[in-house]
Design a protein around this ligand. Sequence first.
Ligand code: ABU
Length: 498
Amino acid sequence: KKEEIKKKSKLIPSHPNEDVKGFLHECIEEIINSAVYSGTKRSSRVVEWHSPEELRSLFDFKLKHHAESHDNLLKLLKKTIDYSVKTGHPYFINQLYSGVDPYALIGQWLTDALNPSVYTYEVAPVFTIMEEEILSEMRRIVGFPNDGYGDGIFCPGGSIANGYAISCARYYKFPDSKKNGLFGAKRQIIFTSEDSHYSVEKLAMFMGFGSENVCKIRTDKCGKINVEDLMENIETCISADCEPLMVSATAGTTVLGAFDNLEKIADLCNKYNMWMHVDAAWGGGALMSPKYHRLLNGIERADSVTWNPHKMLTASQQCSTFLTKHKDILRKCNSTNATYLFQKDKFYDTSYDTGDKHIQCGRRADVFKFWFMWKAKGTRGLEEHINHIFSMAEYITQSIKAREGFELVLENPECTNICFWYVPPSLRQMKRDSEFWDKLHKVAPKIKEAMIKKGSMMVTYQPLHNLPNFFRIVLQNSCLNEYDMDYFLNEIETLGKS
Ligand code: ABU
């Protein structure tokens, strides 16, 4: 019988036995060597690109009746690493996240090893206190009054954090909406800029407001919300007997990295009794540096803030927070008091059972990777990181200005998103008419295709309003240096000429 039990546990190791231990060590070794180190060396490719059809033929995706051997599983692990994009590579500057922070990585691994669900203190005591500690420190850094008084939660991404803002704003003004939803309610309008993240509209749709009730305000030439236009639209909303519910301002827009004027928005929110939310998912990282904190002046007047440490602060995916100065609003707004989790007659202080503040039930301990990383570097280390990436942004901006064939979209970018066109020699003498812009629009996609197929770097491009496709370099990896900045521009130039 013992033998049979042993055989079974070997076949289905939901508990890692000694045989599995060796396999785990081998896998970890492989991950550290291939995904973390050699895969992110400058001499390695950022991606080994294959079309979906090719990838299907190169990789055994199919699930089978039989169990695979450890040898085969290790081969599959290696192939998964080989064919995946190395987002920790210094030349991955494609998205608003990158880098592989070793402390965040080990934090993420420990979280996965312990596999908690942070809804009650009884199953996640350490992580519950850690969340409270880090969220209160973040609120202090935001500058909420009374030493960061308020509340906060970790969310599955910045989009959901922005959704929490909408739901808190609605509850704050219309507490009965918790029972009645939008039934019989006055039409409520959410204001945001045309350059804000798409999640504001998506979550408004998801929550039943409807996309027509998200009023997108024009941005100025720097990508900031036009405050006069915002005020006019609020007035129009009031004249139409609608309720101006909230403004979702942005600190660090997705494409241009623009920071809305938060002081002026706070004045308007005060005047019209509206909830002020700041989506600082991207730009929030600048708060860590006294030198760049000024970009977000006025954020301390907001009712709520989204801030994603997995972006500018390089915690591993995902690590997103929602912070508010209203102490009890999340619990009041979201609680349903499920008696199978949040029993009030537990033997400990049940205010530590924080799960009912969330709309999620099961929830990862995203706090740990960030807390561990912060411990490892200190607040000063995070500040130095921010100062460094901003100095790289300044360097590449000046290089672009000085280089023939490169043109900035914003002459003076505020954040570490640097947007620019590469104008190939064949277009340089052309008149700037519609034919020129049509041709220029096709340049970035062509260069991007060439760079992905070569695996030499990854940078995104996009059009914006009436502007043709342009590149957007995003800098947030601490290891970046001036040679890397030169490499990016040289590579784009080389690919663009070929
Ligand atoms: N959360 C926005 C990310 C999109 C981007 O990297 O462009």
